[in-house]
Structures are given as structure tokens and as C-alpha cells.
Design a protein around this ligand. Structure first.
Ligand code: GLN
Length: 487
């Protein structure tokens, strides 16, 4: 039998239900794994050992509860989601020492489903980045190769799942931050439709783009976590009222891909795509064809404009959202200031890292009078065109496919001199957030050159998460497994 920590969530769940293992044993397996791997990967900012063990013992005393689908399952949570009694920093110095007094809705729902929160994952500061190198607390490393980044901004979540420190993690995706690190660490990652999962308690980056979603080792595990967190929440005004679909049923809805039309956007398989990612993705597309899918060429002509559009909107929203961190209400405060103005300036200058400051400045600039029309309004107009293009493409087919990233995980420090170069790496993920649609990233192989995992995405119509999971479940069975990192 496999070591407990390497089990899938679904298989752990069965062993817990039959009392073959206890919740406490499951938590201990994860904590031991963390002790063994954290010095090399640094996926965690806080480990709540005492809280997790206490929760596990309480569950064990009551015994397995079939009505709680994640009963006894240890998980980790990106530090962008607030957790009651567990420090939450969003990877920033400005929130150092901040201990929230409530749980984000997604976290609360995990707990209600019986999951045990082991701790909080490292991340790019305020989710701004693509490699987890922008954390104020030092970078996370990729379990497949610790010289490389795990992707970002949910790199701590992806690394924690890939290193088998937990059975699932929650991330957040504003422009790819679940799908891209999932792909770089060989995990499954899902960005739900905007409004499908509550943003209540998610520390806001770009409020019109942010979504919370799962990172897991299998598609089935992803469905189990999504089932627990999806659905209406009256505490989030942008939460959609319709009930969540049956994602578990979706897993067995198909045995092949006959009748499915998969759109291949021309702009996603051309210039800029590295040969090793292209080869792995085209092989996966071939597998879809063999499974009976029809591959339809489609076009998303404004793909080139997506990066500029996204970064204008994301930075504008960030500059407004981050105004609340003033050294007075939360976290860290500069000492020895005489005037209120100095307190604001010094707290923010000391508390925010370089990338966050860059984005606050740029975001404030694009919103300022005189430039608003030229930048922000234009970006909002292009955003609409991009959304319409995605909807039109999804009329010609059932799902779209795309690489998750043009390259596999790069070496730490490789792009640290050029923020623009890392922004360009988000080309395949961020338009989906502008369109508000769901996307699933699935491991499809390893790069022939780097040996690192490659992920391919499927995009769907609004609220078509079940479709994406059913396609993912079939393809996952058909492809050779990417396996686990030998860490
Ligand atoms: N890399 C993108 C950014 O830095 C996306 C990040 C995210 O999805 N949170 O904005």
C-alpha cells in the first residue's frame, strides 16, 4: 500500500470512512511530510499544528460522518484567504502578525465538509506575480526541481499539493494564479466561473477578476473540493444565486469524448510557445481526438491585447483595493511617526514590496483624471470585446483548449530583472478572467527538454465546471500519469 500522504483525496476519504485510518493519523502523515520537505520547498507560511491535531481528535471522537464529504481530510489554504485564529498575511509584510477573527466562506465550507486546515500557503505578495518569488517571506521552490519556481501566485498551494504535504489546497486566480502553478507543479487546478465560489474573506487583488478554486492531484479530488466550496453566498454580492451542479456525477458522465467539439484557438498554438510545451499539448489534443472528440480550429483575435488590458484593469483595481492598508486598521504600523500622513507613507513604504508598489503606482496612474479615458476606459472596452470573442468561440465548440503557460517552470531569479517579461508569460491564462469564464488545468506530460510538468487548460461556457471536469476525468485516464515529484 502507498504511504498515506501520497494517496489521493478520494482514496484517503475511503480509508477514513472505513476507519482504516484516523483523522489524526492523516494529519500526522501530512505534518511529518511537511517537516521532511519544508526546508527544501517553503510552501507554507504558517503551520497550525496544534489546531489541526485538535480538530482531528475532535473528529475522531465523533467518528466518520458520511454526510461530510471531506471528513478528516487535511488541506492547506493560500494565505490570501482569511482564517479564523490563524495568521493571514497575503505574503506581505504589511499584514505581518494579522490574525483574522473570521473564516473566508470557502474556508468555512471546507471546515463544514469536515476538512482539517493544516496551515497557510506561501504566495506572491497580494497575489501579484507568476512565480511566488514576490513573497515577502522568501520564495517557494518547485518540488520537481528545487532550483525552479513553482509558478504563481498560488505557488505555495501547488507545491504543497505536489509535495504531498496535504490532499488539496485552495488557491485564488486573478489572471491564472491557480492554473499556471498547477501546470508547473503537475497538479490539477480549477478556476471557477466568476461568481461560482464566494470571494468573501478573499483578500482582494482585482475584485472583478478574482476567483477561489481548488488545486489537487486528480480531477476527482478537484470535483470533491469544488463541490464543497461552490454555491451562493449572501455575503458576496457578486456570488451567483444558482445552485452548484453535481460535480461528482460529472466524473462518470462520459466514458470517452465522442460528440465533444474541442476548439483550438490558433493564437494559442503559435509564436512564443516553447517546443516542449507544444509537443506535450499537441499529444494531449491527439489523445482527445482518439477518444472521439472533434477538433475545431477557432480564433481569438484579441489575444495579443489581453496582457495590456488585464494589467491595466488588475492594477487599477489593486490600487483601489490596497488603499485600505494604511498602518492603522490592519497589521504592521511604522513606529515613531509624528504626523498621520507620515504614518501612512512610512507604513506603506515599509510594508509593501517592490512589485506591489509598482502596481499601486501604475494603477493609480491609469485611474487618474486625464489618463482614465486613455487607459482604464479603453481597457474596459477591450475587455468586453475579449469576452464576446470567447463567447463566440464557445458557440462553435463545447470547450476550448490551450497550453497553461508558454514555458515550463523557469529557474529562480531568471526573470527577476524584468517584470514585463513575467507579465508576458501570463498570455494563455489571463483573458479567461477578463471573460469571467471557468478553466481547468490538467497535467498532460513532461517537457522533453526540462523534464518539468506541462499543463493544458480547458475553457468552458459560464457555469460549465461540470463539463470541464467530465472532459478532464476522461483525458486523465487516457494519458500516461505524470506521477509524483521525487522530492
Ligand atoms: N500573474 C498575474 C498577475 O501577476 C496573475 C496573478 C493572479 O492570478 N493572482 O497579476
Amino acid at each position: 500500500m502507498n504511504a498515506l500522504h501520497t494517496e489521493t483525496l478520494a482514496s484517503l476519504r475511503r480509508r477514513l470512512a472505513s476507519r482504516e485510518v484516523s483523522a489524526e493519523e492523516s494529519v500526522r502523515a501530512c505534518l511529518d511530510r511537511m517537516a521532511a520537505t519544508e526546508p527544501r520547498i517553503h510552501a507554507m507560511l504558517t503551520v497550525d499544528e496544534a489546531g489541526a491535531l485538535e480538530a482531528a481528535r475532535a473528529l475522531d471522537r465523533e467518528g466518520p460522518d458520511p454526510s461530510r464529504p471531506l471528513w478528516g481530510v487535511p488541506v492547506t489554504v493560500k494565505d490570501a484567504l482569511v482564517t479564523r485564529g490563524i495568521p493571514t498575511t497575503a505574503g506581505s509584510r504589511i499584514l505581518e502578525g494579522h490574525v483574522p477573527f473570521y473564516d473566508a466562506t470557502a474556508v468555512q465550507r471546507l471546515r463544514e465538509a469536515g476538512a482539517i486546515i493544516l496551515g497557510k500557503n506561501n504566495m506572491d505578495e497580494f497575489a501579484m506575480g507568476s512565480g511566488t518569488e514576490n513573497s515577502a517571506y522568501g520564495p517557494t521552490r518547485n518540488p520537481w526541481d528545487t532550483e525552479r519556481i513553482p509558478g504563481g501566485s498560488s505557488g505555495g498551494s501547488a507545491a504543497s499539493v505536489a509535495a504531498c504535504q496535504c490532499f488539496a489546497s485552495l488557491g485564488s486566480d486573478t489572471g491564472g494564479s491557480i492554473r499556471q502553478p498547477a501546470s508547473m507543479c503537475g497538479c490539477v487546478g480549477l478556476k471557477p466561473t466568476y461568481g461560482r465560489v464566494s470571494r468573501y474573506g478573499l483578500i482582494a487583488y482585482g475584485s472583478s477578476l478574482d476567483q477561489v478554486g481548488p488545486l489537487t492531484r486528480t480531477v476527482e479530488d478537484c470535483a470533491m473540493v469544488l463541490q464543497a466550496i461552490a454555491g451562493h453566498d449572501s455575503r458576496d454580492d457578486t456570488s451567483d444565486p444558482r445552485p452548484a451542479d453535481d460535480y461528482m456525477a460529472a466524473l462518470t458522465a462520459r466514458t470517452d469524448l465522442r460528440g465533444l467539439r474541442i476548439g483550438m484557438p490558433r493564437e494559442f498554438f503559435g509564436k512564443g510557445l516553447s517546443p516542449e510545451v507544444e509537443t506535450a499539448c499537441l499529444r494531449a489534443v491527439d489523445a482527445c481526438r482518439t477518444l472521439g472528440a472533434e477538433i475545431v480550429p477557432v480564433s481569438l483575435p484579441h489575444t495579443d491585447a489581453a496582457i495590456a488590458t488585464y494589467y491595466i484593469i488588475a492594477m487599477a483595481e489593486a490600487s483601489s483595493n490596497l488603499a485600505r492598508f494604511d498602518g492603522v486598521r490592519y497589521g504592521r504600523r511604522a513606529s515613531g511617526c509624528e504626523k498621520l500622513e507620515d504614518l501612512y507613507i512610512r507604513s506603506r513604504s515599509e510594508g509593501f514590496g517592490e512589485e506591489v508598489q509598482r502596481r499601486i503606482l501604475l494603477g493609480t496612474y491609469v485611474l487618474s483624471s486625464g489618463y482614465y479615458d486613455a487607459y482604464y476606459r479603453k481597457a474596459a472596452q477591450v475587455r468586453r470585446i475579449i469576452r464576446e470573442e470567447y463567447l463566440a468561440a464557445l458557440e462553435q465548440c463545447d470547450v476550448l483548449c490551450a497550453p497553461a503557460s508558454p514555458v515550463t517552470a523557469w529557474k529562480l531569479g531568471e526573470h527577476s530583472q524584468s517584470p514585463l517579461q513575467t507579465y508576458l508569460m501570463d498570455i494563455y491564462t489571463l483573458a479567461l478572467n477578463l471573460a469571467g469564464l471557468p478553466g481547468l488545468s490538467l497535467p498532460v506530460g513532461r517537457g522533453a527538454e526540462s523534464g518539468m510538468p506541462v499543463g493544458m487548460q480547458f475553457f468552458g461556457r459560464a457555469f460549465a465546471e461540470a463539463d470541464l471536469l467530465s472532459v478532464g476525468a476522461v483525458l486523465e485516464q487516457a494519458l500516461p500519469p505524470v506521477g509524483l515529484a521525487a522530492l
